[in-house]
Write a protein that binds this ligand. Structure first.
Ligand SMILES: Cc1cc2nc3c(=O)[nH]c(=O)nc-3n(C[C@H](O)[C@H](O)[C@H](O)COP(=O)(O)OP(=O)(O)OC[C@H]3O[C@@H](n4cnc5c(N)ncnc54)[C@H](O)[C@@H]3O)c2cc1C
Length: 457
């Protein structure tokens, strides 16, 4: 094993002395694989990577990093690596929590205790045998902590609100190495701050969540050729204006390249898709969908399904993907905004142009919640471009930014923090009036700014 830079950086030497093989340094076997995030468009170059497997490991890593004068970035999967990209990582230990996974369900209390690096699939697997599910997002491999502590928009959200309000307790390692449990009764200020401030306050080793009694869900997708985008988009907009809070759906225009791994109905196709969940009886849901089904979709998978299968309906990528994204929150979706969506979505440049229906319980602040409890808007416009080679990044960034800029007339001062994916985004619209108190609590529990997070406070 050769470690070319190690002799030059005494901080790395101190880490190795304290942690031995529990830390990976540049030049170590496995360092390059360990520093790669899910979003492989971002080339993270930390001074070291730690891969703790227990809460005690996390305590040791925090103490060793602080003693060596280094900062710390917790990361579970790297789905939000783009948001962290604004931070220079030369003095940062990346703490990959990928080895700290697992979920235990209490079926009587309807709660789950979930380890800090767990993905939603871990929770769904543990919850499904009890007829329970969680307020997970569209993809099963997203991290529970990063998603839940920054908001968390699920297909249950218009009925049940943001996932952040389902967090009951958080076990976290602070900058002084203390492992504390934060809940309404223990460290209540920290508990408030974590629910929004997320990884800016410490490394979460486990989290306790309320679950939903939902063995089955009426969910699926409707798919048409993108040549139908204008009429489908107008029909979806009308559907959402009248939809009850039980329906949470999205509208997307997608452009798939020809790829042998894709099923024929996707490969090389330009498509318009409506998907989501409707928490009604099968008959009630079918009645709501009638105007969309009347447009004769080429594929229609809406049906009752096991709740754990909901992570399949949104066609998220099955593994690490290099992508750039941007979003804005909209106050409404008048007809000219729908036309703009179609214009942007059908023009070349973007892989996906998406509208998510917000409103309902997503918009209502939770009474005893944390720093972030709601998103004050009716729709979220989201643009996604793939970055197949690094040289494509400039063009991709321009495409996603131009896409959301076109929604400016309908934009409101709100953000979905989980959808913030770039270093230059002003997070203050996501934190709102909570920002001042978040900064006070950060100064009290992490006065030296040890923790660097995807969404700094
Ligand atoms: C394909 C895809 C689908 C998505 N779908 C949705 C969706 O439906 N709804 C939605 O709201 N969002 C969605 N997102 C966004 C996603 O929720 C955010 O990217 C979220 O931050 C991912 O969390 P993570 O832990 O997987 O990511 P990471 O990049 O690993 O973590 C993000 C940040 O969370 C913090 N963090 C994570 N784990 C810990 C921990 N154990 N301790 C302390 N801090 C921690 C850190 O600050 C870290 O920088 C999606 C993203 C992708 C790429």
């Amino acid at each position: 094993m050769t470690i070319p830079d190690l002799a030059l950086d005494p901080r790395a030497v101190r880490l190795r002395d304290a942690l031995g093989a529990r830390i990976l340094l540049p030049g170590d076997d496995g360092f390059d694989a360990a520093r790669m995030p899910w979003n492989v468009a971002f080339d993270q170059r930390p001074i070291a990577v730690a891969r703790p497997e227990t809460a005690e490991d996390v305590v040791d890593v925090v103490r060793a990093a602080v003693a060596a004068g280094l900062r710390i970035a917790p990361q579970a999967t790297g789905h939000a690596a783009g948001a962290l990209a604004g931070t220079a990582l030369g003095d940062v230990v990346l703490v990959s929590l990928a080895g700290l996974r697992g979920a235990v369900v209490d079926p009587v209390a309807r709660t789950a205790r979930v380890l800090g690096g767990s993905q939603w699939n871990d929770v769904l697997e543990a919850a499904a045998p009890h007829g329970l599910t969680a307020l997970h997002g569209s993809a099963g491999d997203v991290g529970v902590v990063g998603y839940s502590l920054s908001g968390g928009l699920s297909f249950y959200a218009r009925a049940h609100g943001l996932a952040i309000n389902s967090v009951r307790a958080v076990q976290v390692v602070l900058a002084d190495g203390a492992l504390v449990r934060a809940s309404r009764d223990e460290h209540p200020d920290l508990f408030w701050a974590l629910r929004g401030g997320s990884g800016a306050f410490g490394i979460v080793v486990s989290i306790e969540l309320d679950l939903l009694a939902q063995p089955e869900v009426f969910a699926g997708m409707l798919l048409w050729d993108a040549s139908r985008a204008a009429e489908v988009s107008a029909a979806w907009a009308a559907f959402t204006r009248a939809a009850p809070e039980s329906a949470t759906t999205t509208l997307r225009i997608l452009h798939f390249p020809p790829m042998p791994d894709l099923p024929p109905f996707l490969s090389g196709r330009d498509l318009v898709v409506v998907d989501g969940a409707i928490l009604e009886s099968d008959e009630g849901a079918a009645t709501l969908l009638e105007p969309l089904r009347a447009l004769g979709p080429e594929v229609d998978t809406f049906a009752p399904m096991p709740a754990a299968a909901l992570v399949q309906v949104h066609l998220d990528p099955p593994g690490p993907t290099p992508a750039l994204t941007a979003h804005v929150v909209l106050g409404g979706l008048p007809d000219d905004a729908v036309s703009k969506f179609v214009e942007i979505g059908t023009a070349p440049g973007l892989f996906i142009t998406e509208l998510r229906h917000l409103g309902g319980a997503i918009r209502r602040p939770a009474l005893d919640g944390g720093a972030v409890t709601a998103i004050d808007g009716e729709y979220l416009a989201h643009t996604i471009a793939v970055v197949p080679v690094p040289e494509a990044a400039v063009q991709a960034a321009a495409a996603v930014q131009a896409g959301i800029a076109a929604f400016s007339p309908w934009r409101v001062d709100a953000l979905a923090l989980t959808f913030v994916d770039g270093p230059l985004v002003d997070r203050s619209h996501g934190f709102g009036t909570a920002l001042g108190r978040l900064r006070e609590i950060k100064a009290a529990v992490d006065p030296d700014g040890v923790f660097v997070a995807a969404h700094p406070v």
